[in-house]
Design a protein around this ligand. Structure first.
Ligand SMILES: [Fe+2]
Length: 304
């Protein structure tokens, strides 16, 4: 295997495309061990979080029972792991048996090496060139959280996730189509939490979905528009690259703003529509590294 992260990442993306029908459905690469972030990097990140983050930092969320808990973020900030203890021992030492999910976003702010390590994940992105139509967000998710604290959820319109599972425990991911989930739960909400207000528990819904076992070293892809829930079987950590593309509603919003500006200034619209259309086509094309042009684009019903 090459040591050049850019080449390695490109190979990985090609392989992932082949098992996900060009990023349109969930898929897994088994034991590829190609994660740009290593389990051993996590302590460094936690120390940077302790130095730089506050309990209200949007890049740090500790969740329990579907809610963000600022007091737990404070505990983490005040008690980063020592250099000698194992990460999982540190977790249980400070959080006991609580099912906590730690989410650290915008990792580059805490671990700058990650920028060069994810090079090649998307062809138009490099250290210096940013793609205006696609954002890559390296993030870390870890804990012994039982079920994902978001409940059954979609990651957001235009959002898909490449997931590198670092272990040490395996975890499970279950998917349903949106239609099937609506039929089973009687709810068309984008988020479905298993609580007394709802008729169906996760345990009754999971056998009716499609469940994948994700082991340490696996690379897993979660497409947009597919409700899912993770289930941890013990402490584990995952490095995620969240891919957020420009959505139709984003583009329409920008186009409308430009149109209004032109009308307000009584400017003619030479080529404006053509340019705008080209921009949109470029957006679709740029997404083709991740979301190919034949991907069915639907207008969003809601947007968080
Ligand atoms: Fe998710």
């Amino acid at each position: 295997m090459t040591n050049d992260p850019e080449i390695r990442n490109k190979e990985l993306i090609d392989q992932l495309a082949s098992v996900t029908a060009d990023f349109c459905k969930p898929g897994i690469l088994k034991e590829k061990a190609a994660s740009p972030l290593l389990y051993s990097d996590i302590k460094t990140i936690l120390h940077a979080v302790a130095d730089k983050a506050s309990v209200i930092s949007p890049t740090l969320r500790l969740m329990k029972n579907h809610g963000v808990q600022l007091d737990l973020a404070q505990i983490l900030i005040q008690n980063p792991p020592s250099h000698t203890e194992r990460l999982e021992d540190w977790y249980y030492k400070i959080f006991k048996d609580d099912n906590i999910c730690i989410i650290i976003g915008q990792l580059a702010g805490y671990f700058s090496d990650i920028v060069s390590r994810i090079k090649g994940i998307h062809p138009t992105l490099s250290n210096t060139v940013q793609d205006p139509f696609l954002t890559l967000q390296p993030s870390l998710l870890m804990g012994d959280y039982d079920f994902t604290p978001f409940g059954i959820h979609e990651d957001g319109y235009g959002v898909s996730v490449i997931h590198f599972h670092l272990g040490p425990c395996s975890k499970y991911m279950t998917f349903w189509s949106r239609d099937l989930l609506s039929e089973l739960t009687g709810s068309s909400e984008r988020f479905y939490a298993s609580n007394p207000r709802h008729q169906r528990s996760y345990s009754s819904l999971i056998p009716l979905g499609e469940t994948w076992c994700i082991e340490p070293g696996d690379v897993f892809y979660i497409p947009e528009d597919m409700p899912h829930i993770g289930h941890a079987t013990g402490f584990s950590a995952s490095f995620m690259i969240i891919l957020e593309r420009l959505t139709k509603s984003d583009w329409y919003g920008k186009a409308l703003a430009q149109l209004l500006e032109h009308l307000e200034n009584q400017q003619p619209l030479p080529n404006w529509l053509t340019d705008a259309s080209k921009q949109f086509q470029q957006s679709v094309q740029n997404n083709s590294g991740i979301v190919p042009s034949h991907h069915p684009a639907k207008p969003p019903k809601t947007r968080e």
